[in-house]
Design a protein around this ligand. Sequence first.
Ligand SMILES: *[C@@H]1O[C@H](CO)[C@@H](O)[C@H](O)[C@H]1NC(C)=O
Ligand SMILES: *[C@@H]1O[C@H](CO)[C@@H](O)[C@H](O)[C@H]1NC(C)=O
Length: 202
Amino acid sequence: MPSYKINFEVSVISSIISFVGLAFAACPDPTVNGFATGTTGGGGAAAVTVTTAADLIANAKASGSKVIVVKGTITANAAITATSNKTIRGIDENATIIGGFDIRDQANIIIKNLNIHVVGSVDGIASGTSTKIWYDHLNIWDASDGLLDTTLGSGYQTVSWCKFWYSSSSLDHRLASLLSSWGGSSNGPEDEGKLHVTYHHN
Ligand SMILES: *[C@@H]1O[C@H](CO)[C@@H](O)[C@H](O)[C@H]1NC(C)=O
Ligand SMILES: *[C@@H]1O[C@H](CO)[C@@H](O)[C@H](O)[C@H]1NC(C)=O
């Protein structure tokens, strides 16, 4: 998208959000497909609307099925832990999280329709040893490490209609989406036969 070429200023971030936000509405809203097929997230649980970091953090890590609707801009300035059987979605194109998500040893999660400005978290969204995750219609930018990383034998995930970018070439680690575990002496043997991830329309 053209915004890769724009030298963003912090002062225009809100207009960028509304620009990319419009793209949410213009794209189709498909049901889950690809390797994440079967992912239901919070399913038919009653929706809980959150407007504060404390409520988002508490609901995202709570046990059980939850549909969490993000309204407005929530400043967490940290990676938010998301657990199994959750849907976390924006209420409209302006729903924004300042922070990121961390998913460890979990399954069945949908994260969609969100702007994620990565501040205070190393990765935008990181999942390890986690399966059945659908990432859809996300705008993720400016992580100091990956924007969306899938590691440690995770799999059965779909990444659809997401936009990834870095606003400045001064960010020294501009690697958008890692699909594998780190190298080093082990070279990620836990990934063998795993890491089934569909990427489409990103
Ligand atoms: C997620 O929901 C499924 C289906 O209701 C249930 O079998 C499973 O135990 C739940 N997982 C967790 C970690 O709560
Ligand atoms: C999103 O924010 C923009 C800019 O403030 C505003 O014009 C627009 O109406 C908002 N959209 C919604 C659905 O509130």
